[in-house]
Design a protein around this ligand. Sequence first.
Ligand code: NDP
Length: 242
Amino acid sequence: MANNEKPLVIITGASSGIGMATAKLFSDNGYPLLLLARRKGHMEELNLPNTICAEVDVTDADSLVKAIAKAEEQYGPADLLVNNAGVMLLGEVHKQDPAEWQKMFDVNVMGLLNGVKAVIGGMVQRNTGTIVNISSIAGKKSFPNHAAYCGTKFAVHGMTECIREEVADKNVRLTTVAPGAVETELLGHTTDKGIVEGYEDWKKQIGGAMHTDDVARAIWFAYSQPQNVCIREIAMAATGQS
Ligand code: NDP
C-alpha cells in the first residue's frame, strides 16, 4: 500500500461528462483515483497522477470487485465511491424497444447497486466512508419521453435513502446528487432524432444546460463536509430550467 495522505476515490463512468470532470477535481485536490468505464483510453488520456484506469462494465459485478480490490491494494481502502455511470435512451413508450428500457435498468439501477455492494462492506467494517449516487431531476419529477429513464432515477433516490438508513449508525454516508440538464454525451445515445432535436431546443429555451464542473463541485461539497455531517440530497439545475 502506498503512503498517500488522501484516501482512494472511485468514480464510475469517468470516461466522459460528469465523471470525467469529477475525476479532474478530485485529482487536482490530491486524491488517488480508480476510474472505471468501458472506454479505458478516454480515462488514460487524462493522464492524472496516482490514478488507475480500468475497463469495467458496471453491470459486471465480478470485474468491478476485482478492479476495486487491485486499486485498494495499491492505495488503501476506498473512502468515496461516486456511482455516476449511466445511460439515457429517451423514447415514447409505445414506440420504444424494450431492450432500451432493460439497458437503462441494467446500468443505472443494477450497475449502481453493484458499485454499492462492492464497497459498502469495507466501509461499514472501517466505520467510515461515503457513497455519492448520481440521480437526476428526472428522479424527482416526470418528463415526456423519459418513462424508463425516470423509473431508473426515481429508483436511485429511493435506494440511496434506504441504504443510507441501513448504514447511518456505522458512520457511512449516502448522498444523492440530482442534476438537471448538463452538457455531456448523454443525449447522444437516444435514437429518435425528433426527441433529440426537441431536447436541444428545450436546452436553448432554458438558457443552456449546466457545465459538468458544476456537478463535480456539488459532489465535492457533499464529500468535503465533516464525516458526522451527511448531505442527503443535492438537487440542482440551470437557473432557467423550470
Ligand atoms: P456521459 O454519457 O457523458 O457519461 C456517462 C458515463 O457512463 C460514461 O463515462 C460511460 O462510459 C459510462 N457508462 C455508461 N454505461 C456504462 C457501463 N455499462 N459500465 C461502465 N460505465 C458506463 O453522460 P453524463 O456525464 O451526463 O452522465 C453521468 C451521470 O449523470 C449519469 O448517471 C446520468 O444519468 C446523470 N445525469 C446526467 C444529466 C445530463 O443532463 N447530462 C442530468 C442528470 C443526471 P463508457 O461508455 O466508456 O463505458
